[in-house]
Design a protein around this ligand. Structure first.
Ligand code: 13P
Length: 251
């Protein structure tokens, strides 16, 4: 029996102004009022975080950021530190999203440093891993390589604060979802890797999410898999009704 609490997270990517963020939150909060068995997290762009943080205060809705700088402070023009995110009300931060890796050059060394910067500031990182279509036939090698390099130097205590999101790159924004069985197979493999490299308790406690074209229509079948503890939702998290329907699928 596992007692892992589901987490439904909405990564808005580069969408919504602060005003649009406010509109979403005002529409969304009544839809998830009374949800107490699922953690619900929104991940707006940086410029919306402060306003979102004020609007969700006193509610159970959680706030996260899409990325952070690996350095705590200093001459890093354009970068945002972990401490700044905490001050806006963030509890979580994505680290190593495939779009950061592919479009902005975040390699495993950078991802590992960002993970440590998040933990040092008391943020809970969501480490994203996953393979491209051409890597799909060696998914285990790709994903375990990312886990090895990204989690290097993270002890068991640090690991307890980490959530892993498996996002096959070929399923992101494409409308192609991994079948529940395919997603379960890789996520089960990730949990076994954690058991081997940490221990069984760490593996049992680790929340592992699936991401890649999660929609209201496919959420329940993905979430029904034994090792899938939640979803990291892109496009469908931009609409308060659709995102609430995905939360409902986790209840
Ligand atoms: P989509 O749900 O739009 O495929 O995006 C998935 C994702 O990348 C979430 O981080």
């Amino acid at each position: 029996m596992t007692m892992r609490r589901p987490l439904i997270a909405g990564n808005w990517k580069m969408h919504k102004t602060p005003q649009e963020t406010e509109g979403f939150i005002r529409g969304f909060l009544p839809r998830v009022k009374g949800v107490d068995s699922v953690d619900v997290l929104i991940i707006p762009p940086y410029t919306s975080l402060d306003r979102a943080g004020r609007l969700i205060e006193g509610t159970s809705l959680l706030l996260g950021a899409q990325d952070l700088c690996s350095e705590p402070e200093g001459a890093f023009t354009g970068a945002i530190s972990a401490k700044m995110l905490v001050a806006c009300g963030c509890s979580h931060v994505l680290v190593g999203h495939s779009e950061r890796r592919e479009l902005f050059g975040d390699d495993d060394q950078i991802v590992s440093r960002k993970l440590k910067a998040a933990l040092d500031a008391g943020l809970m990182p969501i480490l994203c891993v996953g393979e491209t279509l051409s890597e799909h036939d060696r998914v285990e090698e790709k994903v375990t390589g990312q886990l090895r390099d990204d989690l290097a130097g993270i002890d068991k205590e640090g690991l307890e604060k980490v959530t892993i999101a498996y996002e096959p790159i070929w399923a992101i924004g494409t409308g192609k979802t991994a079948t529940p069985e395919v997603a379960q197979e890789t996520i089960g493999m990730i949990r076994s890797w954690i058991a081997q490299h940490y221990d069984d308790a760490a593996a049992r406690g680790m929340r592992i999410l699936y991401g890649g074209s999660v929609k209201p229509a496919n959420a329940a079948s993905l979430l029904a898999q034994r090792d899938i503890d939640g979803a990291l939702v892109g496009g469908a998290s931009l609409d308060d009704e659709k995102f609430a329907a995905i939360v409902d699928a986790a209840l």
